[in-house]
Design a protein around this ligand. Structure first.
Ligand code: VAH
Length: 317
């Protein structure tokens, strides 16, 4: 069975859906500390589980015979800068709990890392798998810590630790939870609803991004890859890079009335300025066959189609 922590964030429900199609509805357990929306209760198991509560997390793993753990519970970059204590607690103490439990019970452990694990002194275009990592956010520091601890536990105790560095993920029916790349999700909703969008990053800020379907498929494929094919335990994955200006232009091809204004948030801008502009991901493509399907044009089409239908449904109710 698979347990997903932080299951009600931007990625959990979508990943559960994909994994349930593959492994059966009851074999994937979503967990979080929040109360889920009704549709989540109606599709497959959901349980309360707090990654900071070691005993209860362990109980969940044992009682449900969990064999894979996907650790999505985390405080993202912008929220973390506003609450360092919380980010430290969730991202570092929470990870320690998960690592110990995964090791003790022989689990396969997936932890997402991020472009945020790099910093201003990393090569930025493209950023290789192995290079200087001196991030300037608590989020980034905690993710480098997770990469290193996971790899250490792998070498020291044989833990089957697997880690992908995700770019900014663009989803249509789930909201991002306080990151620096959130604008690239919000712009779609604004474009469809009001035609006006105020962007909190500079128009020329280029960051790596990926459509959620590619991200979730990458996660499943990587989780299923035979251990002997994985020469690394932490891999960059890349799909596309764009700026707010470039994304707005692509959306305007479909919705020409979209107006974007810029009101830069200093905290987010400083974070983005130290992050990669593109990730180098040849190792992932070589070792376990990673291949993205969505470039910018396909991404915009897919997200606009979802957001427009969602909006029509909401209006019909
Ligand atoms: C953030 N979306 O902005 C996250 C992510 C790609 C960056 O880790 O904090």
């Amino acid at each position: 069975k698979v347990l997903i922590t932080g299951g009600l964030g931007q990625l959990g429900v979508g990943l559960a859906k994909l994994l349930r199609r593959r492994f059966g509805e009851n074999n994937v357990i979503l967990s979080d500390i929040r109360k889920p929306p009704n549709h989540v209760y109606h599709h497959g198991p959901f349980i309360f589980s707090d990654v900071l509560d070691y005993t209860s997390l362990r109980e969940t793993v044992v009682n449900n015979n969990v064999s894979w753990l996907v650790h999505y519970a985390a405080v993202l970059s912008a929220v973390g800068e506003n609450n360092v204590a919380l980010a430290k607690e969730v991202n570092i103490t929470g990870l320690h709990n998960v690592l110990d439990i995964a090791t003790e019970h022989g689990l396969r452990l997936f932890v997402p890392s991020t472009i945020g694990a790099f910093g201003p002194s990393s090569p930025r275009d493209p950023t290789p798998d192995l290079c200087v990592q001196r991030p300037r956010t608590i989020y980034g520091v905690s993710k480098v810590h997770a990469e290193l601890m996971g790899e250490y536990y792998h070498h020291r105790y044989g833990l089957d630790f697997r880690c992908l560095r995700y770019p900014g993920i663009i989803s249509a029916d789930s909201e991002p939870g306080g990151g620096t790349t959130d604008y690239a999700v919000q712009i779609f909703h604004a474009a469809v609803k009001s035609g006006l969008f105020e962007c909190n990053l500079r128009s020329d800020t280029q960051l790596p991004m990926m459509y959620i379907d590619d991200c979730l498929r990458a996660t499943l494929e990587f989780l299923e890859a035979p251990a002997e094919t994985l020469l690394n335990r932490t891999y960059n994955i890349h799909a596309m890079s764009f700026t707010p200006h470039g994304l707005a232009q692509e959306i305007q091809r479909v919705l020409p009335d979209l107006k974007v204004t810029y009101n830069v948030d200093a905290v987010r801008q400083a974070i983005a300025d130290g992050w990669p502009m593109a990730l180098e991901d040849t190792a992932a493509r070589r070792d376990w066959g990673w291949k993205h399907e969505y470039d910018l044009a396909e991404l915009v089409q897919a997200v606009l189609a979802h957001v427009t239908t969602g909006n029509q449904l909401a209006r019909a109710h």
